[in-house]
Design a protein around this ligand. Structure first.
Ligand code: SF4
Length: 175
């Protein structure tokens, strides 16, 4: 997996001060996408063990609330495989830090996987279960609303993942 950029101090993509990892590769191609360079899976730099370690080390800082995963598309099948072992390490070493993930796909609340079943892999369910807050759905220009918090368009949901998986119905983290 390649990544497009890392923001080490980010307050725009989730609650609190966060580290945001923008992975490369996205097949949604939304109109007026904010990050078109990251559509290419080969864009950016390789996500090496050194990069992982640097993120894990910085995450332990007191002022960092957690990690946000964006893109590109973290839940493209190619990226799921690389992100699962990394997220496991994040949860092991930084259990008090929250994980937010932004995806253009849509969560199936009953299965804990994606409604776009052709994008589900053997990694999808566990990857989602390690996420605290999932912002799902593609950005839709016609539904853009700048008053919305932590999302761009009103079709997107800010989902409380643990409660949603427990209740098998969508529980929002933010309205
Ligand atoms: S899902 Fe995100 S990165 Fe992908 S095209 Fe849409 S806005 Fe751009």
């Amino acid at each position: 997996m390649n990544y497009a950029t890392i923001k080490w101090v980010d307050i725009a993509n989730g609650e609190g001060v966060r580290i945001s990892l923008f992975v490369s590769g996205c097949t949604h191609h939304c109109k007026n996408c904010f990050n078109q360079v990251a559509w290419d899976f080969a864009y950016g730099e390789p996500f090496t063990a050194e990069v992982e370690e640097k993120i894990l080390s910085e995450l332990s800082s007191d002022y960092i609330a957690g990690l946000s995963l964006l893109g590109g598309e973290p839940l493209e099948p190619q990226n799921q495989e690389a992100l699962l072992p990394f997220l496991k390490k994040v949860k092991e070493r930084c259990p008090n830090k929250s994980v937010w993930m932004y995806t253009g796909y849509v969560l199936n609340e009953e299965t804990g996987e994606l409604r776009e079943t052709h994008k589900n892999t053997p990694f999808t369910k566990e990857l989602i279960s390690l996420t605290d807050v999932l912002v799902d759905g593609a950005f839709v220009e016609e539904l853009k609303d700048i008053r919305l918090k932590f999302r761009g368009s009103s079709n997107q949901r800010v989902i409380n993942v643990p409660k949603t998986l427990q209740e098998k119905k969508c529980v929002l983290y933010l309205e």
